[in-house]
Design a protein around this ligand. Structure first.
Ligand code: SAM
Length: 255
């Protein structure tokens, strides 16, 4: 699957829902629906999600804090590689810290929800929307940047761009393990994600129980990475790892 810039708003589809009543909500997402106002404060203003979207969306207070915490010294472009329903990218746009924000999502119905939700928060036009495979985009940025559409070209990305990745957490269920082995994460392992993002600055939004030994291997030689647990109501929602850009030589991560 390639990628394309979406100039206009994609239409919401029958997979995009705004559930108003518990009776409409599939049983396996009812627990998330009860938390709808901590997920999107303005849920009642017609926020839409696909049923899958409920499992992966970053709650607004966490997304807002991450948008403030991203290092991003001198970075002008932020690319959200897995935009989902917009939980993070809306917060990035609202933070007004980057002159360009790119949101990439491979599922058209989910992207339609994200655009619609960004409208609710008044930031849709501040975001460049891309339908397609973010890893294919990174590969093109690395190998053939001149072939990218103008809206996706980046001058000197190591110094000017920062990546945010909140991938799906599928695989051997992270909930069933005290320590989650990031080499089993599906469809992208930690090594694959890091390899795709390297050498650019990147922030990874990972399960809270992720194996710190695997995360530590992302650190540049003699350097540091920051690892933060983002919490709500006394419980961690995710482990977030801030990996700096690599400007010198770098031994590729080994799992
Ligand atoms: C955990 S969700 C992201 C949630 C998002 N941060 C939010 O707050 O709404 C992961 C998303 O990545 C999308 N995705 C998976 N692989 C992708 C790829 N290669 N390129 C772009 N999007 C992808 C999935 O369709 C899913 O919507």
């Amino acid at each position: 699957m390639a990628f394309e810039v979406v100039e206009n708003k994609l239409p919401l589809t029958e997979e995009c829902h705004h559930y108003e009543n518990i009776n409409e909500v599939p049983w396996d997402i009812q627990k998330y629906w009860h938390q709808r106002y901590s997920i999107f404060e303005f849920y009642d203003y017609d926020i839409h999600l696909t049923d899958d979207g409920w499992f992966g969306v970053t709650p607004e207070p966490v997304a807002t804090k991450i948008a403030k915490d991203l290092p991003s010294k001198n970075k002008t472009t932020l690319i959200d590689l897995f935009a989902g329903s917009g939980g993070n990218v809306i917060a990035f746009a609202m933070a007004e810290r980057w002159s360009r924000i790119v949101a990439i999502e491979k599922d058209p119905a989910t992207l339609a929800c994200a655009q619609h939700n960004a409208d609710v928060y008044g930031v849709r036009e501040a975001i460049t929307w891309v339908l397609g495979d973010s890893l294919a985009y990174l590969e093109t940025l690395r190998t053939d940047p001149g072939s990218l559409p103008a809206a996706l070209q980046i001058d000197d990305p190591v110094h000017t761009a920062t990546l945010f990745a909140s991938p799906p957490w599928g695989g051997v269920s992270y909930r069933d393990h005290e320590v989650f082995d990031l080499s089993t994460m599906q469809p992208y392992s930690l090594a694959q994600l890091h390899e795709a993002c390297y050498p650019l600055e990147h922030t990874l939004f990972l399960p809270r129980s992720s194996d710190l030994r695997q995360v530590a291997r992302l650190a540049p030689e003699g350097g540091k990475i920051e690892v933060v647990q983002y919490c709500m109501s006394g419980a961690s929602k995710a482990m977030v790892v801030f990996v700096p850009a690599t400007t010198g030589s770098h031994a590729s991560q080994k799992q």
